[in-house]
Design a protein around this ligand. Sequence first.
Ligand code: ACO
Length: 325
Amino acid sequence: MQNYFYNMRIIGTGSALPKFVATNQMLSEVMDTSDEWISTRTGIKRRHLLVNQELEEIGVEAIENALKDAGITAKDLDYIICSNTVNEYITPGLGCVLQGHIGATCPSIDINAACAGFLYGMQIAESFIKTGVAKKILIVAAEEPSRIPTWTDRSTSVLFGDGAGAVVVSAEGDDVLAMRSTTTSAPIVLYSKRAMEKTPFVGEIEGNVPLVMNGREVFRMAVSNSQDDIKAVMEDANITSNQVKYFVLHQANIRIIEAIRHFLDEPEEKFPTTIENTGNMSSACIPILLDRLNKEGKLSKNDILVFSAFGAGFQTSACVVRWNK
Ligand code: ACO
């Protein structure tokens, strides 16, 4: 068992989804695909997309829900950690934009660890708390991955949806039991490049490559890394699977979740999902799923939750949390 003690408690959750919903049937009217192909390969039936709505708007809504659930105001925050893969600004960071909208006065920092970004944010927050940098931290994952692939590529564009999830964590608690993050540099498996402007010395606009994905390799790396991470954090936390209430996994694809579940030999009811109705919302998946469980009254004091996320990089992160709010 590890000798490290974590000082952190989740004290509030929030989430928000865009108003516009695109069903598989709607996609089949604009590209060569079908509800049958998308449902059976991915588990996705519909996704919320930002159409005539800004990412900032749902980011603020998710944050305000989380602050309300935590019983604090934006002025009480000591730090904002914002997980984001793409948004309309290159600079400033999205966390900085959101800080102004909610009326907070604390520092903010953006991180990009793709789909694992929210759990990386949790680990950074715990370090800030441990070292006395902050006592109350907002971790917000606001994501618009629907704008990363080209919608002429049916194999990637159907996978994503947009959304925002947030949690407030506090120094008053010791309810994180284990954390682990990994990076295996393999950009070729899943990447996208933004356009880089011309200069007097570079004659062409460079980059601008919509999402490129080796789907089979992503599948293999996700399943293998996630089960390793889950086993490692459970061992570090000294818990057995019968103590775990829910495995809260990144919602990339139902077949990835099912494969991980089979390897762990766990029952379906321990793997809650949103994927059917949301698609893959990158790092926003886990806080949105957690907020659902919280608001639907599915969590009780002392429940043990195991989180696992995996994505481009290849970057993964997992943690074990005792629910205590
Ligand atoms: N509709 C209809 N047909 C399609 C579609 C579509 N939307 N997309 C691809 N196809 C076709 C292909 O063109 C191909 O046709 P062909 O055999 O005539 O060439 C056929 O379906 C099979 O394509 P494959 O790519 O081999 O399909 P596969 O069975 O591997 O499934 C999938 C693809 C679902 C992407 C799978 O590889 C997978 O689940 N990978 C994991 C990737 C993932 O979930 N990424 C999410 C983002 S990353 C993350 O969050 C970790």
